[in-house]
Design a binder for this molecule. Structure first.
Ligand code: CTP
Ligand code: MG
Length: 181
């Protein structure tokens, strides 16, 4: 398997796990503070500062450990810097995408936790790729568009519904998540 592919997948792990970790740390300090926009919650009770900050930091920590272990072989990014910035951006972008997804869901009149296909699976992927591309365009192009990276990008996009479903069922079984989606 080409190393570029493996590097692209491993570099994406912080973005993939940020949402699950937000479930673990979430629940404190609701971001919208109960405020509404045109009669509907801006984000809803499911989006908290503890989830956003705790999810970002813990996913980034996992990313840093992965970088310490594998960057010497995979050359994902210059480490520690800007590697750590990229890792934090991936995790934070993922949770920003999740916030954006909830914002859209509330505008659609869906209550917190209501199942929303496509948006539920792809909001975080959009957020992580977009923010990382905006802040580190050269890096994103190199790792996700060259050296087998584009195969990784397509694989990640295709596998996301499965991975997302898998971690959510796990979170549900472990009693961390209210719904298995
Ligand atoms: N969570 C959090 N803060 C975040 C993201 C998630 O506290 N920024 C926690 C909340 O406890 C939330 C759980 O993780 O209920 C599951 O996240 P998610 O499925 O994104 O939220 P939902 O409750 O389903 O709400 P929504 O309909 O807005 O997606
Ligand atoms: Mg949900």
């Amino acid at each position: 398997m080409p190393m570029g592919f493996v590097a692209a997948v491993v570099a994406y792990i912080p973005a993939l796990i940020a949402n699950s970790l937000a479930v673990v740390f979430g629940g404190r300090c609701i971001i919208d503070g109960g405020r509404e926009l045109a009669g509907r919650r801006i984000l809803g009770d499911g989006k908290t500062w503890s989830g956003l900050v705790g999810g970002t930091l813990s996913a980034a920590l996992v990313g840093i450990v992965l970088a310490l272990l594998f960057n010497p072989y995979l050359h994902m990014y210059p480490f520690p810097l800007p590697g750590i910035y990229i890792i934090v951006t991936m995790a934070f972008g993922s949770l920003l995408g999740d916030l954006f997804g909830s914002f859209v869901k509330r505008r659609m009149g869906r209550e917190r936790g209501a199942k929303t296909p496509v948006l539920d699976q792809y909001d975080f992927a959009l957020g992580s790729f977009l923010l990382t591309y905006i802040l580190f365009p050269g890096w994103t192009r190199t790792i996700y568009m060259a050296n087998g990276g584009w195969i990784a990008l397509i694989s990640i996009i295709l596998l996301i519904p499965l991975l997302h479903r898998g971690v959510n069922i796990l979170g549900y079984r472990l009693g961390q998540k209210k719904e298995p989606w």
